[in-house]
Design a protein around this ligand. Sequence first.
Ligand SMILES: [Fe+2]
Length: 358
Amino acid sequence: MTSASNTLHTLAERVVRKADYVPCAEAFVDTRLPGREGKMNYCIIGPGVAENEKQVVNIVEPHGFNVGGVSLPTGKINSLHSHVTAEVFIIFRGEWRFFWGYDGKDGEAILKPGDVISIPTGTFRAFESVGSDDNFMLSFLGEDDPGFVTWANDVIEGAAEFGFYLRHDSSLVDVNNGDVMPQASDLMQPLSEAELLKYNRTSLAEMQARVYNVDQFQGHAEAFRDVALDGGKKLYHSLIGEGCHELGEIQARVLNPHSFSLGAIVAETGNGFLRHKYDVKQVLVVGEGQWKITMGADGEEESFEVGPEDTISVPAGMYRRIENIGDERGVLYVASSGDLHAGISWAPEVGDSLGVSV
Ligand SMILES: [Fe+2]
């Protein structure tokens, strides 16, 4: 992997705009197969599971999880594969068909913008764009090191026909490009029938329980205490994990440990979060609208205006203020590091207004 920034010296380096995302068209071995070309992979935070050292990673600093993205020409397939950590997709643009099972026939789901899916670890999954070529999904992978991809046999066997192999550390061997052919024992091999049977057979009902169709949920209006104050009104959608909300018995759509939790807030113009902090790292991704994120130590705050698909890494323990500065409703995804519930701490002036100690 190559990195645009190995060490984050400034807050500005924590703001990765959509225009800063760097696609890699050959991040994975399956892109070398006929009918699978053209997948654009992005590594925004962390190296993910990319198999190509040319993949640019915008932010290398560990966050406890990885954030990436993908777009795919309509008609092409992202091949069946499995992961050893959680994998979550948020649909930003386009319409996508997911299908799963080691033969790809255990079920399918069509997702549209705003929908979220968490695919069980150890389940073979694939997807394709079934809408516009103008498509994009954000992807989250669990843990700092999400391991490597296990490809379905058709990928390993098909790649070999074209001279591509994967070592056990997921690095690529390209014999047409002069790479020396390693011993077979050093290479990933097709899975035996017995090995395939160890992978999950996830039913349609089980997968549907892990899909958040954005149209079907209203969000919680009183998830945070600052909703009572000017500028703090918002809805909170609890998508995955214990979350970062404050009030109420709110349970996420998907609750098994991912190494991160994920929520979304929806706010009208002038609203968002009043000044607060968390003791874990958070990643904010703009779903819709224009937002202003103000963060920094007292007296050293910096403001960043961000729009759809921009990503912001907020350090643990740093106060931040979040405001929808657009003319329309805004959506902001909030990912919190770790499996524990992330507890919010209000800034002193907010605590005073709320009548709570901070
Ligand atoms: Fe994947």
